[in-house]
Design a binder for this molecule. Structure first.
Ligand SMILES: NC(=O)c1ccc[n+]([C@@H]2O[C@H](COP(=O)([O-])OP(=O)(O)OC[C@H]3O[C@@H](n4cnc5c(N)ncnc54)[C@H](OP(=O)(O)O)[C@@H]3O)[C@@H](O)[C@H]2O)c1
Length: 339
């Protein structure tokens, strides 16, 4: 049986989530396994001892994740958007039929074989949905890149485990791909054909792409209420995560020391210890909603995000309780009023 992209992505998310779930089980005989997973995931304030410096990188390398994420998400977004406009136009049907007419009139060739395929309405919708999800991801990773450079003030001594670093790079490569996995193989083929055609025939003989901005944007108006409610949920999480990051970034301005820790206050910090992780979960929940909730691969991505961040938040909460005697007793780790 041939393994496709979707199966590989699902296997990757399950392989990433299972160890965290197992390490979270409340079994004493799993204690050492819990310690191993925790060791890999530790960073910043919860990796203070110099004994742990082996196999670590500076925590400011977090910015690498978002450089990769912005470059990769932008590439996927542009390629999928271009593919959607050329192969799955929703408003300007004449444009679509002119391609078909051109093919039937014998103007097709080996480089434009892909243009000959008729795309059903259902598939058009699926392609435009991928463009929409990638747009949401783009908005998220652009803000995160900005914050790692301009908002956070990483202390020089803050480190993260090399395994956590590689996991971050893996995450931001595989997550955008997951959001467009149902059409990614055809987009890759389309991209390769376009590049080959360009290289062999030269720019002048390629089919001119007429830029009508309306064709690029109008198909989004055909998306359903699920997509817009999902986008509103993403926006809600996005705003709160930015506020919480601004609070974290400003904490050291007040104490004046780059490696000092204080109890954060304001916004969702009033109810949980890791509101920025909670906001991240809200953002990915919004993406699941926007996807229509029928794509198992996107659910598995969401499962990984929840498992990873709940695990990290539990450790962060323990750290706050140990570090500060006056830590607010009504604050829980990550799920408001629950845990
Ligand atoms: N999608 C995912 O699976 C995933 C995984 C990981 C992270 N993320 C996201 O990435 C973002 C950043 O995560 P992170 O784990 O790097 O956050 P973090 O450990 O809370 O650190 C963020 C920054 O704030 C500083 N800081 C944290 N608590 C502080 C305190 N009490 N006093 C003073 N400074 C404090 C940290 O300093 P130190 O460096 O000195 O600790 C660091 O510079 C989060 O919003 C998270 O959701 C997402």
């Amino acid at each position: 049986m041939e393994l496709g992209l979707v199966e590989l992505l699902r296997a990757a998310w399950i392989a990433g989530t299972l160890p965290i779930l197992i390490a979270s089980l409340p079994c004493s005989w799993l204690g050492s396994f819990h310690g191993v997973v925790l060791g890999f995931g530790r960073r910043g304030k919860i990796m203070q001892s110099s004994a742990h410096y082996k196999f670590t990188v500076p925590q400011r390398f977090f910015s690498h994740f978002y450089v990769v994420a912005v470059a990769w998400t932008t590439l996927l977004l542009l390629a999928t958007w271009m593919y959607a406009c050329r192969m799955a136009p929703i408003v300007s049907e004449p444009f679509f039929y002119s391609d078909l007419g051109s093919y039937l009139a014998g103007r097709s060739n080996i480089f434009s074989f892909h243009r000959s395929r008729l795309i059903s309405s259902e598939n058009k919708y699926r392609i435009w949905l991928s463009v929409f999800l990638l747009l949401l991801m783009e908005v998220q990773v652009l803000r995160r890149l900005f914050e790692t450079v301009y908002v956070f003030r990483y202390s020089a001594s803050a480190r993260m485990h090399i395994f956590g670093y590689l996991t971050g790079l893996f995450f931001y490569t595989v997550a955008p791909l997951t959001l467009c996995c149902t059409c990614a193989p055809e987009v890759f083929k389309f991209g390769i054909n376009e590049v080959t055609e360009f290289l062999v025939k030269g720019r002048s003989s390629m089919q001119a792409i007429e830029f009508h901005w309306w064709n690029f944007v109008n198909p989004f108006s055909k998306l359903g209420w699920c997509q817009w409610i999902g986008a509103a949920i993403v926006l809600w999480g996005w705003i709160h995560q930015h506020r919480c990051h601004a609070i974290l970034g400003s904490l050291r301005e007040h104490v004046g020391k780059i490696d000092e820790y204080v109890i954060p206050r304001g916004d969702w910090f009033e109810i949980v210890s890791s509101p920025h992780y909670l906001a991240e979960i809200v953002i990915y929940a919004g993406m699941v909603f926007a996807s229509g909730g029928a794509d198992l691969t996107i659910w598995l991505l969401f499962g990984f995000v929840v498992a990873n961040l709940v695990f990290a938040a539990a450790e962060t909460h323990r750290w706050y309780l140990q570090k500060f005697d006056n830590y607010p007793s009504d604050r829980v780790a990550i799920i408001p009023f629950i845990c």
